[in-house]
Design a binder for this molecule. Structure first.
Ligand code: FES
Ligand SMILES: [Fe+2]
Length: 393
């Protein structure tokens, strides 16, 4: 679980004026649209008594907590405490964390972290979303797995022949040709191979015609930090692109918000078949990923044995480790062990750093950051730890 990234957290189509609650990175968030249709993402934790704003309602651009009616602006500041007599001021601490939010590529993106805008990793540029010739469908696949395990499964070339034997995988041709990794900027990489699929069944068999052996199919896997994957399958009769935003609910649960685009069979009549194929593939993957141990993606690269065909996943692990080394990993273990269910914590929002005047204006504690898995010289100093110079003395 890493802070300081833009996360695609919900399909745009699911976010309206009515607030909804999502759990992301183990934290409850509220989502709604303001009067102009812009997305609003805030901590779903009223600082008064921990009520859920998402159970309340919008009023203009604001949201009102249903419990005692406190009203919050989209930037998290409370502007009304109905129990106060007129003229009584609103405490500076009456504010919740609000996260920058953008509606792009059919997803709502939220920047979950406290970096100032100039230092943020940008929202990734995702190809194909602007192509008007593609037919889109989307959906959710929920599973009890860690999001990074889900992402790695999505970009794993070698499992296809074994796990997807029931759909496209061909156990008679399991070999993965050597491939090059192409890096796209600092946060994304892809690779392309061709493989021999099994003869198609169902609707697709019509498109393959009477050939006894299907032609090789080119497959591209791509990922973007921290949780987006793309699978492009170049079939003889058209291209299919499957995006996944693997939304980390918590360490044990992921909602893979998928978005499929195809340039063949573009009528609505073929949507059901396309949806069925996506779900079938997830269902084939599910028992594999759920059985993996450890459940979390190991930080130590030597903790699992990689071969050449795993290079695209290894590239992801290395980059992910880089951000963990920078101290962006949320210490979920500590949250569970120390805070359990009697201390709420939130992901710090940019306002905590941007606005020195608000330095002491936060009721909710920030999530603790991880230092324990990192190499000793990267270890983060916790408040109260002696400084390095003091240790030497
Ligand atoms: S808990 Fe939200 S107003 Fe009291
Ligand atoms: Fe798979």
């Amino acid at each position: 679980m890493i802070k300081n990234f833009w996360y695609a957290i919900e399909h745009s189509a699911n976010v309206t004026r009515d607030p909804i609650r999502l759990t992301v990175l183990g934290q409850e968030l509220v989502l709604y649209r303001d009067t102009k249709g812009n997305p609003v993402v805030m901590s779903d934790l009223c600082v008064h008594r921990g009520g859920a704003l998402s159970e309340g309602f919008t009023e203009g651009d604001c949201i009102r907590c249903p419990y005692h009616g406190w009203k919050y602006k989209p930037d998290g500041e409370c502007v009304e405490i109905p129990a106060n007599p007129p003229g009584r001021g609103i405490p500076k601490k009456a504010r919740v964390d609000a996260y920058p939010a953008v509606d792009r590529y059919h997803f709502i993106w939220a920047f979950l972290g406290d970096l100032p805008e100039s230092e943020r990793v940008p929202i990734p540029e995702l190809p194909y979303f602007d192509d008007p010739d593609l037919k889109h469908i989307h959906g959710d696949y929920e599973w009890d797995v860690h999001y990074a395990r889900a992402l790695e499964n999505g970009i794993d070339f070698a499992h296809g022949a074994w796990v997807h034997g029931g759909s496209f995988g061909n156990r008679d041709a399991p070999e993965i040709e050597d491939y090059e990794i192409e890096y796209h900027g600092d946060f994304s990489a892809s690779a392309t191979i061709s493989f021999k699929p099994k003869k198609a069944t169902g609707l697709w068999s019509r498109l393959y015609g009477s050939k006894s052996e299907p032609d090789p199919v080119r497959v591209t896997n791509r990922w973007w930090m921290p949780n987006v994957s793309l699978l492009i399958v170049e079939l003889p009769f058209g291209y299919q692109r499957l995006y996944n935003a693997h939304v980390p609910v918590d360490e044990n649960r992921t909602i893979s918000k998928w978005h499929l685009m195809r340039d063949f069979f573009k009528g609505n009549w073929a949507d059901r078949d396309a949806r069925r194929r996506v779900i079938k593939i997830f269902d084939e993957d599910r028992p594999m990923v759920m059985a993996q141990r450890p459940e979390l993606l190991p930080y130590d690269l030597a903790a699992e044995l990689h071969v050449k065909s795993d290079a695209i996943q290894v590239a992801y692990r290395k980059l992910r480790n880089k951000y963990l080394d920078m101290g962006w990993g949320i210490d979920m273990h500590r949250i569970r062990a120390e805070y359990a269910n009697y201390q709420s914590v939130v992901i710090p929002s940019p306002a905590r750093r941007d606005n020195p005047e608000l330095a002491n204006a936060w009721v909710m504690k920030e999530v603790p950051m991880k230092g324990s898995e990192l190499p000793a010289d990267h270890k983060l100093r916790k408040p109260g730890d002696p400084k390095k110079s003091e240790q030497r003395r």
